[in-house]
Design a binder for this molecule. Structure first.
Ligand code: HEC
Length: 136
């Protein structure tokens, strides 16, 4: 019985990607914490964007603007504040360890492991799933 349950668990996790990323959970996190500024579809046009001096970025073009490679590290560091730019004059909040610490690893675009949290790793999976090509 136990082994059957283990197999089911293994199957479920395989279908969510190499790091067990959950795209739907990532979208939930985004809608909850990011959409007010970046918009529900991450196009940069959330309800709060008109009152911001610096406009939120269109997050569907992150890969297109980076030679087709999704900048995993930059996005994570931007959210948790490890990106030094984050603390200098941006109206975007720094979330730090708010998303339950840094107990989850994800591979960056250069193959190096980056420690982050499960909600952020899921969020990255959703953002990767909505990337568009330049000009679209
Ligand atoms: C209060 C408004 C606000 C909220 C909430 C917000 N952002 Fe932002 N975000 C901005 C603004 C403004 C910028 C552009 C200026 C900058 O980079 O600092 C930005 C920039 C970014 C960038 C940088 C893009 C690049 O080209 O490097 C990423 C990634 C990002 N946001 C992701 C998120 C995520 C994920 C969340 C939710 C966890 C979030 N933001 C919540 C306002 C916001």
């Amino acid at each position: 019985m136990k082994s059957v349950r283990m197999a089911v668990v293994a199957l479920c996790c395989l279908s969510t990607g190499a790091f067990g990323q959950d795209i739907a959970a990532g979208q939930d996190t985004f809608l909850h914490y990011c959409a007010t500024c970046h918009g529900a579809e991450a196009l940069g046009n959330g309800p709060m964007s008109p009152v911001l001096l610096v406009q939120p970025k269109n997050l569907t073009l992150l890969a297109a603007e980076n030679d087709g490679v999704f900048p995993v590290g930059r996005v994570i560091w931007r959210i948790d504040g490890r990106d030094p730019l984050a603390s200098h004059g941006s109206s975007m909040p720094v979330y730090g360890d708010f998303f339950e610490g840094r107990g989850t690893a994800i591979r960056g675009e250069d193959g190096v492991l980056i420690m982050s949290s499960k909600p952020i790793v899921d969020l990255i999976a959703w953002l990767q799933s909505i990337q568009k090509e330049a000009g679209n």
